[in-house]
Design a protein around this ligand. Sequence first.
Ligand SMILES: [Zn+2]
Length: 490
Amino acid sequence: MVRKLLAAVLAAGFLCGAPAPAMSAGDAFDMSAAVQLDDSGVSLVDEALSAVPVRYEYSDLYDIPAARARYQQASVANTTPADIIRDGRLEPQELFDTVRANNAAYLKNSEKYSAEYMEPSDEALMGYCSVIAQTITHELAQGGITSTYDDLAYNLSHLTIFLAHTVENAAITEDGCMVVSPVNLENMKIISGNSDADKITIAHEAEHLLQKLSSPVLEAEGATLGYGYGLYFEDLAVNSLFHKWLFEAAAESLACACYDSGPITYQQRVGYLNSLTLALLPAEDFTLLDVERLTQQQDLEQVFRVFGCKTEAEQTELLDMLEAINIILEDDADFWSLYQQDVLGRTASSQERAEVKSALTGSVCTTLSKLLCRSLADALSRKAVPLSEVFTVLSVFEKDMTGHLLASGDGASPTGDPFPEEYRAVQDAFFSVLDEALTLPGGTVKNAYGSYGLGTEAILGGLTCLDNPKNAFFARMAGIAFSPQNAIAP
Ligand SMILES: [Zn+2]
């Protein structure tokens, strides 16, 4: 890394009445000292992080460039607008009438399913339609749903709803039926201990209707499936831009936000989604639910914007990470079949699969750490922030990453450090920029972080670098307190 003389400034500030945490003898600064970065300081962070390459094992198998090239070939199509949504509202009665008519036509024309599907009673159907209408109207009021708006209207005006015992709770089929298991919905209330579990499940499916591209658009684009920016092509070896885990996590997160609830299903997927949000949290322009909203729009460039990717290398690393999580959580079958065929030449054992997943988890944590350091640099460029806050954010993040590493079976390295070398290199690079900003000898901030003990008080009181909704999210991630401040009213 080329070290430049840093023009970053130290805004010397001391928090009144806040005693400095214990430091070892010889430490020359107070941890409550505030640090601020100017533009060249932010560039230095960028430069330092870019100099740490993150290796995604077997990324040649899932081949992000090939997937992006396939996207380029797809012709962009639009669906014919339908008028079921008026003035940003979906009326339950209109949806009920539409679904009733669609159901009748579907059952008449589809002998294959008529034995399996049952028609819901008027009362049950009205209940489902009310939850769907409420969810859609709420989401439309949040704004931002533009590129998939006509797809949504198409999905709703062609919606069918059936009951079946063959689905886990509820699902949207490839041909656009919402299939519900009323028995399992009732069971979910008991299992989750949440009396809204049935409504949340239907709201989750309604969120999929906001993500799903309409069948005419998919046909025109030559894709089999499409959710938000993700398209699935049969002729692609690995669909590494189709992040099923994120579409599920986002649907669950948004549905639960309407009911002020934690996830009742897909907890691990929502866990990774929350890690993405945590990594972006300090950035000034980032708003809660921004990551979820990426699944309700079609533009891959918007994904790069939200994650602050400025270079092609950063874009590829981001996409590597999102697909790596897909392999970890969804067992991407196309990837594993290539791995077995091209790498092993035989069937992989469960241990071998676990080792690949574990290595990928380390890389994911490293990329997330880069994202977090960039967001922190952005926060530090806006205002002076006490170093203790920076440490608090890093500590909570690290605790979250440790959870992913432990779940992947890692955490038992010879050094006792669950994090890969690259992860520490990212952190060291960030700390060295802070050393310069604070005009301290190299290694001082790193050592201070090493002796920092995370306390709960700072989090409960709120961090000055986060607004209130972000502080509430951060406290939840710290496992300290749940605050409904950022919950969205249904
Ligand atoms: Zn789902």
